[in-house]
Design a protein around this ligand. Structure first.
Ligand code: NAD
Length: 506
């Protein structure tokens, strides 16, 4: 089906400002403001703000129609999406369909199924003073929001936040990553014809364009990417006191305890590390285990790699490539840490790095100083779980902590004595597949969360409302001067919260 036939006559605007690129779609807001010497995106932002102030996105019907249109985009454009991902990083079709289409469709359907209950006013407890009033939380949209995405899951990481932003009733500017250029082009050319052009726009470009975009005042900013750029985005947001979510990265530790079925552990580690050629923010970044476990784990990891990708992973259609020359060179430089126990082959022309395991890596070596973000798994040996916990706690708080242990006591010790955005026992990454769980980081790995209802809440201002009758003025007399001890007693009796018994977890 042609996109224009499915769009209910709406056209989302696309703004491209990269030199040498041909603008797609209407660009009038930008041109007008450029002519006036203003920020090139000022016209676009004020256009969306006008739609927001007119209340266009507030009603449930508009939200439902836009979410349904997003679902149709994913259905209609499935093949072009898979092709764009293949061109950007040779993402295997199964990986692309699962992570970039299915998980986003799940979020769309979850939001459509739940929207009516999410949007409802939430009536709250009252005291004697407000007994005759109506007290509730109104789920107010923020207004005009900006979503900035990275290149590793270039569709998922702009569309899942978009689901939350639409569900919550906002107008949105989406800024996909310029690095995954085929997907950026697809989003700019194909998504606009599905959504309401008055309320949603795509802006393309890199750091220069994003910097200009961020000079404008938004009501909420949702950023996914590295911590370094996260600081830049937070500084720009601070200028306008704009609230924001930062979905950042980091090194996700993975403690492997003694014993258990090490082949299953190895299968799950290789899957988590090599999915999308390791370019996954929640991938297991490094293994902590005893020297004895390392020796047993290495052959199991070798078997898993051979079973998944054959004797030459370069020939496997199920193994992706690094997204850019810069990323290839960065990851290749990490191969000098420890000793290459498995893999280690590279091909610069293809941006191929073989599934690689580095053994006996020292904490001070390059592979342990930055997020790997490639198909390379370093192993750092520690005597036991106490030292593993101390190691994890001595570093920045990660997006996820993983533990592989047959003994649930070990699992619970690691859970209770560490801190991270999410947690997985005996499998990596699965916690991010459930819309019923919040997804986000803590400290260096991020600020805020989304997915499912958490995405709706992220883009919603909880407005505290009390509706009071204009009559019954006599009831207010105790709060008015002249004050007296009697008035204070009445007010305290009517509004004080009494402590109930002792605190109990029963
Ligand atoms: P990045 O920080 O380089 O870029 C992300 C976005 O920021 C892009 O759209 C880019 O155009 C823009 N940008 C880049 N430089 C900018 C600047 N100076 N000013 C303003 N905007 C700028 O991130 P990346 O390399 O695309 O993504 C990799 C990182 O993202 C990794 O650290 C990874 O862990 C993290 N990540 C986190 C999550 C999560 O959900 N927490 C998901 C995916 C990736």
């Amino acid at each position: 089906m042609d996109a224009t036939n499915t769009s209910q006559g709406n056209n989302m605007t696309t703004h491209q400002d990269t030199p040498g690129k041909v603008p797609v779609g209407s660009d009038t807001g930008k041109m007008d403001s450029k002519a006036a010497g203003m920020n090139p995106y000022a016209g676009l932002v004020s256009g969306l703000r006008a739609a927001w102030l007119a209340g266009k996105t507030r009603g449930a019907e508009h939200r439902v129609s836009q979410l349904e249109a997003l679902g149709r985009f994913l259905d209609d454009k499935k093949q072009p999406i898979l092709d764009a991902m293949a061109s950007d990083m040779r993402k295997p079709p199964l990986e692309a369909e699962l992570s970039e289409i299915l998980l986003v469709k799940n979020e769309v359907n979850y939001a459509l199924n739940s929207l009516a209950s999410w949007m409802k006013d939430e009536f709250v407890e009252k005291n004697l003073v407000t007994r005759l009033d109506t007290a509730f939380i109104r789920k107010d949209p923020y207004g005009v929001v900006l979503i900035i995405g990275p290149w590793n899951y270039p569709l998922h990481l702009i569309l899942v936040p978009l689901v939350g932003a639409i569900a919550a009733g906002n107008c949105v500017i989406i800024k996909p990553s310029e690095i995954s250029s085929c997907t950026e082009k697809l989003v700019a050319e194909m998504l606009p014809s599905y959504l309401d052009k008055d309320c949603f726009a795509v802006v393309t470009g890199g750091p220069a364009e994003t910097t200009q975009l961020l000079e404008n005042k938004f009501d909420y900013i949702f950023y996914t990417g590295g911590p370094q750029v996260g600081r830049i985005v937070m500084t720009a947001a601070a200028k306008h006191l704009t609230p924001l979510t930062l979905e950042l990265g980091g090194k996700n530790p993975c403690y492997v305890a003694e014993g258990g079925d090490l082949q299953s552990v190895a299968n799950r580690l290789v899957w988590g590390r090599c999915f999308n050629a390791g370019q996954t923010c929640v991938a297991p970044d490094y293994v902590l285990c005893s020297p004895e476990t390392q020796e047993k784990l290495l052959p199991a990891l070798g078997r898993a790699i051979a079973q998944f990708y054959g004797p030459d992973p370069r020939a496997s259609p199920d193994f992706a490539r690094l997204v850019s020359d810069r990323q290839f060179q960065r990851v290749r430089a990490l191969l000098g840490s420890g000793r290459v126990a498995l893999g280690g082959q590279t091909d610069e022309q293809e941006r191929y790095i073989a599934p690689t395991v580095l053994a006996d890596v020292q904490p001070s070596e390059p592979a342990m100083q930055e997020e790997i973000f490639g198909p390379v798994l370093p192993i750092v040996t520690v005597p036991g779980v106490d030292e593993a916990i101390a190691f994890i706690n001595s570093r920045e708080r990660p997006l996820a902590v993983y533990v592989f242990a047959a003994d649930s006591k070990v699992v619970h010790r690691v859970l209770e004595q560490t801190s991270s955005g999410g947690f997985g026992a005996n499998d990596p990454m699965m916690h991010m597949t459930l819309p019923s769980l919040p997804f986000g980081g803590i400290g260096n790995s991020g600020l805020g969360s989304y997915h499912g209802k958490f995405g709706f809440d992220t883009f919603t201002h909880q407005r505290a409302c009390v509706l009071r009758s204009s009559g019954l003025e006599a009831l207010n007399s105790p709060r008015y001067p002249p004050y007296s001890q009697r008035k204070l007693g009445l007010l305290a009796a009517a509004s004080q919260i009494q402590r109930k018994g002792t605190c109990s977890l029963q």
